[in-house]
Design a protein around this ligand. Structure first.
Ligand code: HEC
Length: 148
């Protein structure tokens, strides 16, 4: 009996450990975040900043600097930054090309402005960055998708 309960206790601890290592999952990244009634307006907002290498470099500096985006989204954009590991749902994985295909830049801007309610993604304009800085960051976040 004593052996069995010890065994159960150890396996439970191991299960907990593996859960905390794997971390939380993303909330389905293919589903829109902008409320339906605001979607048309959000999609109509076009990125005024062309995704040149200069813009992407600026975006990286804001992402890793004053924007603090890397804290949650990770320096490699995988959604596994030091603060992101504690969040449920977990931060967006920007290396996922399927996600990028599902979103217009205007929708990403909407979330950076308004946050994604019920998640750790809070409104960051103007708290962390200006709108213009956020367009550069969007260009950088797009660049994490390397494939199709
Ligand atoms: C405190 C942690 C945290 C920080 C800091 C943070 N994010 Fe996020 N972000 C999240 C989480 C969590 C999600 C996932 C939200 C969801 O699933 O709806 C997310 C999702 C996103 C999305 C995806 C929205 C969509 O349409 O699905 C974008 C774009 C984004 N963040 C941009 C940024 C930018 C730009 C910054 C820096 C200026 C930033 N985030 C900083 C936690 C964070």
């Amino acid at each position: 009996m004593g052996y069995l309960s010890k065994f159960v206790g150890v396996s439970a601890a191991l299960m907990l450990l593996s859960v905390s290592i794997v971390g939380a999952e993303e909330k389905d990244p293919t589903k829109p975040r902008v409320p339906a009634e605001q979607m048309a307006d959000a999609k109509a907002v076009k990125n005024p900043v062309e995704a040149t290498p200069e813009s992407i470099a600026k975006g990286k500096a804001f992402y890793e600097g004053k924007g603090t985006c890397f804290n949650c989204h990770g320096k490699e954009g995988k959604g596994n930054g030091p603060a992101g590991a504690m969040l449920n749902p977990s931060p967006r994985d920007f290396t996922n090309c399927k996600f990028h295909k599902k979103r217009k830049d205007g929708e990403l801007m909407w979330v950076i402005k308004n946050g994604s309610p019920g998640t750790g993604m809070v409104s960051l304009i103007p708290a962390a960055v200006t709108e213009e800085e956020a367009w550069h960051i969007i260009n950088y976040e797009r660049s994490f998708c390397k494939g199709e």
